[in-house]
Design a protein around this ligand. Structure first.
Ligand code: HEC
Length: 189
């Protein structure tokens, strides 16, 4: 007849020490792995040099500090916009798969307020910073300073906040007073 053999209970101390031994062994394995990883060349990508770090992490402040030198025109921005931005933001900046960049009306106090660059953003410099850092999403950080000023000039001109003929550079961008500039409680100057 088949009989289940009763298992002998394993004393707690044996389990405990086995556990300690196991974790010590795995710790050794982890540190050995870390040592060899440190000595291996990075398998992908390449180290960023100083100029690239600046390109990817520009520190542009609301008052314009950190803006690179350059010059742009709304007309040039219009072409760049159609080529690189319209597919997501709409041909006229009216929005598509991504936010509208041109337009926006109505009071911000409304429950369904339309928070756009024109109605909501307190600083024009944020536009440069946003585009420089993150747009277009497939190739962020690749637009030249002139292209960025042209795109800002175009978007601001279409929003009625800049002239089509006016060249835009760092000083001009920083001097723009956005319609909702005073709509925020400022914690820092
Ligand atoms: C592949 C689609 C795509 C393309 C192309 C693209 N964007 Fe965007 N953009 C987005 C998305 C998605 C967001 C929202 C990102 C988020 O909220 O984190 C965005 C956000 C923005 C914003 C912030 C809008 C807001 O109200 O917060 C600006 C400004 C902007 N894009 C400008 C541009 C410009 C200028 C270009 C062309 C150089 C461009 N984008 C190209 C998808 C795109």
């Amino acid at each position: 007849m088949f009989m289940l053999k009763r298992m002998r209970p394993v004393p707690f101390t044996q389990v405990f020490f086995a556990g300690l031994l196991f974790s010590a062994a795995s710790l050794n394995a982890v540190s050995a792995q870390a040592d060899s990883a440190a000595n291996r060349p990075t398998p992908m990508g390449k180290a960023l040099d100083g100029s690239m770090i600046i390109q990817f992490a520009p520190n542009i402040f609301p008052n314009g500090q950190g803006l690179p030198s350059g010059i742009g025109l709304a007309q040039n921005g219009a072409g760049l916009y159609q080529a690189q931005c319209a597919s997501c933001h709409g041909k006229k900046g009216e929005g598509g798969t991504a936010q509208e960049l041109i337009g926006g009306d109505g009071p911000l106090s409304a429950p369904d307020a339309d928070k756009t660059i024109r109605t909501y953003w307190p600083f024009a410099t944020t536009l440069f910073d946003t585009i420089a850092r993150s747009m277009p999403p497939a190739a962020p950080g690749h637009l030249s300073a002139d292209a960025l000023y042209s795109l800002c000039a175009y978007l601001l001109a279409e929003n009625g906040l800049w002239g089509w003929e006016q060249p835009m550079g760092p000083k001009e961008l920083a001097a723009i007073v956005m319609p909702n500039h005073n709509g925020f409680i400022r914690k820092f100057p």
